[in-house]
Design a protein around this ligand. Sequence first.
Ligand code: ZN
Length: 149
Amino acid sequence: MSELDDLYQEVILDHNRSPRNFRKLQDANRTADGYNPLCGDQITVYLKLEGNLIKDVTFQGSGCAISKASASMMTSSLKGKSVDEAEALFEKVHKMLKGELDGKVNPGDLGKLEVLSGVCNFPARVKCASLSWHTLHAALHGEGVTTTE
Ligand code: ZN
């Protein structure tokens, strides 16, 4: 697993050790479950939407360090954002993880999420990192359950 060392940067390790917003959101009005069968990562995303605004977003679940850190960073970046901004960020992160940013998006736009950019070099880990984002997408669209397959 030594090729993964580059991925386990301090930020990822920190978010894995003490994930932000790792709790059930009692007054959530949208939730979705996500599952990545390749790795066994499971996540539930809780959203509290007020109109077009994400008032709060939390998650629970179990999985590898990448999936948990990605969910932790996602919830930290989305609180207080509009649904449109969240969808735009989802698109950017998705492209970043697949290594398709190709200059159209400034990686700096992604803030701390940029630490996940190295994941695109490890195809088996892309689904770990994108699981929380797909699950968020499902929650926003009321789909309830999503899987990376
Ligand atoms: Zn994983």
